[in-house]
Design a protein around this ligand. Structure first.
Ligand code: FES
Length: 167
């Protein structure tokens, strides 16, 4: 079944005609040609497809486009431009927070969300202790970034970049 979905993607209103089974990831990549968002595992294991929807990061491979009618979606293309990088993008460059770069868009979308989650006092998704006050420690960052896998192993540089942006 084909249906229409209205999304605001990186500040622009977009109207899509998609099969109801189309994931948000495929809608972004195949329909809107926003190929900065990567498909790694396509089953919620790697975080390469992370985008920010209505202020929260999600794995776009695990959700259908039709479930986000009217949502605000931010992808890596919406965070900065080559001429004016987002501070997190600039910090990843400065600290060599990548090697092959395939996981980087998801890492950066996640990292931007992590700082927002900490600022808003939101608990980590992966901790058992939901009452624990979030603190910006390296361990906290590593835990919150644990859904984003980097096969090259650039983790320590990624953490350095996030620490720098957090100030
Ligand atoms: Fe979505 Fe791996 S492609 S988590």
């Amino acid at each position: 079944v084909t249906t229409e979905v209205a999304l605001t993607v990186n500040g622009q209103q977009r109207q899509l005609k998609v099969d109801t089974r189309t994931t948000l990831l495929d809608a972004l990549r195949e329909h809107l040609h926003l190929t900065g968002t990567k498909k790694g595992c396509d089953q919620g294991q790697c975080g390469a497809c992370t985008v920010i929807v209505d202020g929260r990061r999600i794995n776009s491979c695990l959700t259908l486009a039709v479930m986000h009618q009217g949502a605000q979606v931010t992808t890596i293309e919406g965070l900065g431009t080559p001429a004016k990088l987002h501070p997190m993008q600039a910090a990843f460059v400065k600290h060599d927070g990548y090697q092959c770069g395939y996981c980087t868009p998801g890492q950066i979308c996640s990292a931007v969300s992590v700082l927002d989650e900490i600022r808003r006092g939101l608990p980590s998704h992966v901790t058992d202790d939901l009452a624990r006050a979030p603190q910006l420690t390296e361990a906290e960052i590593r835990e919150r970034m644990s859904g984003n896998i980097c096969r090259c192993g650039a983790y320590s540089n990624i953490v350095d970049a996030i620490v720098e942006v957090a100030g």
